[in-house]
Design a protein around this ligand. Structure first.
Ligand SMILES: Cc1cc2nc3c(=O)[nH]c(=O)nc-3n(C[C@H](O)[C@H](O)[C@H](O)COP(=O)(O)O)c2cc1C
Length: 219
């Protein structure tokens, strides 16, 4: 028998109930107020909140391209196969992911400066990370995993500020990369339509139950 004592099961009530309420009430809205846009301060606050998302080794392999000019928004609507709510939202933000560890030099210096890694470990980890990113397909996986978390943060921050942020992948990936001038080693991960709500949205569609999706110990 194991000598390890069994940990006690403890119920954890929400310490931040408003955070739970926020994620339970967030919606992908299609009804935006076309008369009202977001301020520069709000845009910057959303990006700040997005950038606090976790990322592999804190590499923060993401960029955000915000389009607010009316004519350019029209182009984005066209590239998104006519999704008109983007125009009404007033702001489209493309969340972009790095497919390589291009931030590694600066980030691993942070680990060393913070006393969380010695120089040798930092150099080794940096080399391993670069290798992993270079592995065929892995760079794309990293880009999507990391940038998707930033996108979710941005959506929750928008909701907390009384805004709607709708995630989309229904767009011409290559077309938008070209239109927005993305570098070759970065990919579009999620397009967000962000703006003040224009009113009611249809009821949320049901979610699959916990019983159905929670698998204990193995699938
Ligand atoms: C990866 C992904 C792609 C999506 N693509 C689109 C899209 O192209 N257009 C759109 O209007 N909504 C899109 N959505 C929003 C979903 O339709 C929405 O999240 C889902 O219906 C659940 O609704 P809720 O977010 O309001 O709970 C997308 C969501 C995700 C996560």
């Amino acid at each position: 028998m194991s000598e390890q004592l069994a940990a006690e099961d403890v119920a954890h009530d929400a310490e931040f109930p408003e955070l739970i309420e926020g994620l339970q009430t967030r919606r992908s809205g299609h009804n935006f107020d076309p008369e009202e846009d977001i301020s520069d301060e709000t845009l910057e606050a959303l990006i700040e909140d997005a950038a606090i998302a976790p990322s592999s080794y804190n590499l923060q392999p993401w960029e955000f391209v915000a389009v607010q000019d009316d004519e350019r928004l029209d182009e984005v609507v066209e590239l998104a196969y006519g999704q008109e709510h983007i125009r009404d939202a007033g702001t489209a933000i493309l969340v972009v992911g790095h497919t390589n560890a291009k931030t590694a030099d600066a980030v691993f210096e942070d680990w060393v400066d913070a006393g969380r890694m010695d120089e040798e470990t930092a150099q080794q980890t940096k080399a391993q990370t670069a290798e992993m990113y270079d592995d065929d397909g892995m760079g794309r996986d990293y880009a999507i995993r990391n940038a998707s978390l930033a996108a979710e943060n941005l959506m929750l921050s928008a909701h907390a500020r009384g805004l709607t942020a709708t995630p989309m992948i229904g767009f011409d990936q290559e077309g938008i990369a070209e239109f927005l001038g993305l570098p070759d080693d970065e990919i579009p991960v999620m397009l967000l339509a962000v703006g003040p709500s224009g009113g009611e949205e249809p009821d949320r569609l049901p979610r699959r139950s916990v019983d159905e999706i929670l698998h204990r110990e193995s699938y």
